[in-house]
Design a protein around this ligand. Structure first.
Ligand SMILES: [Fe+2]
Length: 203
């Protein structure tokens, strides 16, 4: 277990995030409904996505340490797409995404941003993340350039700012399983990027 927290900025720079303070977690089980209540309080009280991530990241770690049922609550990957999503909480008036996601070995995602703050906690496996940032030219306004890459392992948490652009690749022979939480998505700003054509399209 690696147990490191990482932040990917809006400029797609990946860096170690402030370590979680576990000193006052207490003995009581930290269940999903408590996590959701804390999440809602943070979102109401804190408007800055960076500060939200800083507060929510340790709660994700606490939840996964305390609520082991989440670690085994996932679906096998679809053989056609190579991935699966198990929604753990869904309410129309509370538009946050809370889910477990599985990617089969060798899978490679599209290059994309999320247009929402996001947290990916890796429950199992190894996931290489390549990062990109916009570098527009008059001819290619959606041109992007790679800023780096980082592989996360079991126990690591990757926090993404809304404009962070990444592409994931499953490393090794095992699937990756992750617990993902995303804020409210601005669908007008969520893109997939094509680095050959230097284009982007909303998805
Ligand atoms: Fe992503």
């Amino acid at each position: 277990m690696s147990d490191q927290d990482w932040l990917v900025t809006n400029e797609s720079e990946c860096r170690l995030f402030t370590a979680s303070d576990t000193s006052d977690w207490g003995q009581n089980p930290y269940r999903l409904h408590r996590f959701l209540t804390d999440l809602e309080d943070i979102i109401w009280q804190e408007k800055d996505d960076y500060l939200r991530l800083q507060q929510i990241c340790p709660l994700v770690r606490r939840l996964l340490n305390s609520s082991e049922w989440i670690l085994t609550n996932f679906l096998p990957p679809d053989p056609d797409t190579g991935w699966s999503v198990q929604v753990l909480y869904d309410e129309s008036d509370f538009p946050l995404t809370v889910q477990t996601v599985v990617w089969s070995p060798k899978s490679v995602s599209q290059i994309h941003n999320h247009a929402a703050w996001g947290i990916v906690a890796l429950i199992d496996g190894q996931e290489k993340n390549k990062f990109w940032q916009r570098s527009p030219t008059p001819e290619y306004p959606d041109r992007i350039v790679q800023t780096g890459e980082h592989t996360i392992a079991t126990g690591d948490i990757l926090c993404l700012m809304p404009e962070a652009i990444h592409q994931i690749e499953v490393i090794g022979d095992e699937p990756t399983i992750s617990f993902n939480v995303y804020g409210v998505t601005d669908y007008a700003k969520r893109f997939q990027f094509d680095i050959v054509e230097q284009t982007a399209m909303i998805f």
